[in-house]
Design a protein around this ligand. Structure first.
Ligand code: FA5
Length: 337
């Protein structure tokens, strides 16, 4: 025996081992091959034991060849194990993979909230009649919410708005707006007549929630200022809007009422299927004092204004029993629309 024959034999063993490890289908096979090529009876172990029988001059080369072969075999076993581990991981990923595209069909698309749908429709109807959409802040001063609208602080009508005040500045001077009418003032301050606007938005009162009231609700304000505007224009506009919004054979009527910022003032009602009337909101001819507060000459310009509750319109249009359904956020309910 010589170092050359040891090297040749171990090369052959290494070739055999590498091929069989590469083909090993599972961990058990690799463990068995590990024992066969590196165990007590393996060629490298046996060769090492027989080192002593070699010529001393040849021992070093043979020892190096044995160590190199052992290292190569150990690496081949480790590689084979890693190959199986990677495969196992991939198989696991594959089995746990969630095919999200498969679920697409079952995903329900959301829809716009009823209030948003009602508001969009209202805007469409008024824009098609030539109105533009205006906005104002939800936090207002007493001037815009009350005084400019001809409601001084001693005025009994001030109480009827059940105002939510904000703790800012002078007491009771800053508030969450109790109606959208302040947008009338802001518009008239900034725009020269003729004016044709609607202003939808959130409004707030200390009202307790019940079947027809919410503490935070939505109104839509309308304001027209032009020459020669009469109560007939107001009634005609409301009638056109109601027909466009509700369709069918709905009738409207104006009932005398009182608001400090309109004169004369009216409440407008629409007819229901059972023949009864339902109140939609308030309206009237813009009070001359309000026009003057905004620098508009009432001798030259006249106007009408209206304000109604969008939530109540939604309740009627979608035939809900209770206005609170709009804010309960029960998706089973909302999904129906
Ligand atoms: C007003 O707010 C006046 N600014 C309307 C107006 C505008 C009159 C322009 C004249 C000219 P009133 O307080 O009546 O008026 O409210 C108008 C509508 O808002 C009501 O008819 C109702 O539809 C709605 N509304 C009032 N309070 C609530 C509430 N708590 N929850 C839901 N809707 C409400």
């Amino acid at each position: 025996m010589s170092s050359a024959s040891v090297t040749a034999e171990l090369d052959a063993v290494l070739g055999d081992a590498t091929a069989r490890l590469a083909a090993a289908p599972d961990l058990e096979t690799i463990t068995a091959l590990d024992a066969e090529f590196l165990g007590k009876k393996s060629a490298v172990t046996v060769a090492k034991k027989q080192l002593g029988q070699l010529d001393p001059s040849d021992r070093k080369a043979a020892g190096q060849a044995i160590n190199a072969a052992r290292a190569a075999l150990e690496q081949a076993v480790a590689d084979a194990r890693e190959r199986l581990a990677v495969g196992a991981r991939q198989a696991q990923y594959e089995s746990e993979r969630l095919d999200l595209t498969e679920r697409l069909g079952a995903v329900r698309r959301g829809s716009l909230h009823l209030n948003t749908q009602a508001r969009d429709r209202l805007e469409d109807v008024f824009v098609s009649m030539g109105f533009t959409v205006a906005e104002g802040p939800e936090v207002e001063t007493a001037w815009y919410n009350f005084e400019a609208l001809n409601i001084p602080d001693w005025h009994p009508a001030r109480g009827s708005f059940d105002t939510i005040f904000v703790n800012l500045g002078e007491p009771e001077q800053v508030m969450l707006r109790s109606h959208t009418s302040p947008v009338q003032i802001r518009t008239m301050e900034n725009t020269a007549p003729p004016i044709y606007i609607v202003a939808p938005g959130r409004t707030f009162r200390t009202d307790t929630a019940d079947a027809t009231h919410l503490p935070a609700f939505n109104q839509i304000e309308g304001l027209v200022v032009d020459r020669g505007i009469t109560l007939g224009d107001l009634h005609g506009t409301i009638e056109a809007f109601v027909h466009a919004f509700f369709g069918g054979e709905v009738k409207t009527r104006l009932r005398p009422s009182y608001f400090p910022f309109t004169e004369p003032s009216a409440e407008f009602d629409i007819s229901r299927e059972d023949g009864s009337w339902l109140e939609l909101g308030g309206c009237g001819m813009v009070h001359p004092k309000v026009l003057r507060n905004c620098g508009i000459d009432p001798e030259e310009w006249q106007g009408f204004a209206f304000g109604f509750g969008i939530d109540r319109l939604a309740v009627m249009r979608y035939e809900l029993d209770d206005i609170r359904e709009l804010v309960n956020n029960d998706v089973r309910f909302l999904r129906q629309f």
